[in-house]
Design a protein around this ligand. Sequence first.
Ligand SMILES: [Zn+2]
Length: 381
Amino acid sequence: MSDYLGYFEQNQGELLAFLTRMVEHESPTHDKAAVDRYGLFLSAAFGALGAEVETIPQERYGDHYRLTFDPPGGASEPEQLTVLCHLDTVCAIGELARRPIRVEGERMYGPGIYDMKGGTALVLFALRALREAGLSPRRRVVVLLTGEEEIGSPTSRALIEEEARKSAVVLCVEPPVAPGGNLKTARKGVGRFTMTIAGRASHAGAAHAEGINAITELAHQTLALAALTDYDLGTTVNVGLVRGGTRANVVPAEAHAEIDLRVATVAEGERVVPAILALAPVVPGATVRVTGGLNRPPMERTPAIGELFERARTLGATFGYEVSEAATGGGSDGQFAAALGIPTLDGLGINGDGAHADHEHILTDTLAPRGALIAALLHTL
Ligand SMILES: [Zn+2]
């Protein structure tokens, strides 16, 4: 066992300086040029460590990168280890000026620092730690940097699944569960739906009975959707956005809703998704059209994922770091790998809090053991 902990302790200042440069490259999903600039900068840093850098160009969103580390003399195992990182953030250009990088005690603040530039920096320095110690991972290591995770990975999903199929293990360095830093061994599946309701417009005073009120229909549908929530099963249905109508004295002819679904198991997805798609109108004459589905499958804690977590826990214990686990409702690319039956460990990023929020920060006091854990995983899995 190498002294990974010592490596991260000694190189923490350099790591935080590099992480600062990563955060300074603002990379909102919807700004392809900005994500591409950050991707070029970051992939070059992996390239300098000996990675074979392959760009997968994209039209609309940021380019993806496949970074391959082949152990000298070849890997001793046929299957690879894949690490999932995303380049994009939910922070618009200008967020950095509004809330600049700052350090307060153990907290380091900055847009995207927790989700997930911090975790990505750990991967880079873990690979550097192995290289400087003259150690080789057992497997070929493939790091994916993808450009549009925050909108559900529409263009990178196939790439993630392709690499996952070649893998014995997939690691995802998304933020851990705040504030304790638990790794994520189960994630809920995420579904999105759009509901469009059509009625018939009419004068609210002169001809109210001739109208078909789309908002009344939307109210019925909202209650039907809410009734699908079952906390015991881990299922939530959230009507999160509604609009409809034109003015108070007109019977509204149209209404819309956007709906978020979370399910803990594949079986719940199979029960609830068809139920949402089959919702029928209540108001005579109204029509209801629902489109959508699960965009990320649930990651269930399989025995293989349990075993992988146990490996991580045992590795952490060798340098006195207690590794814990939890389930979460949030979505990540790790779910695409887990859905293919590949043992996946998620939430390996730096401790902190405030993903997608103004108080987004990492906790620098646990940076070294978390980096050491990633190095140990890359070396031994
Ligand atoms: Zn993320």
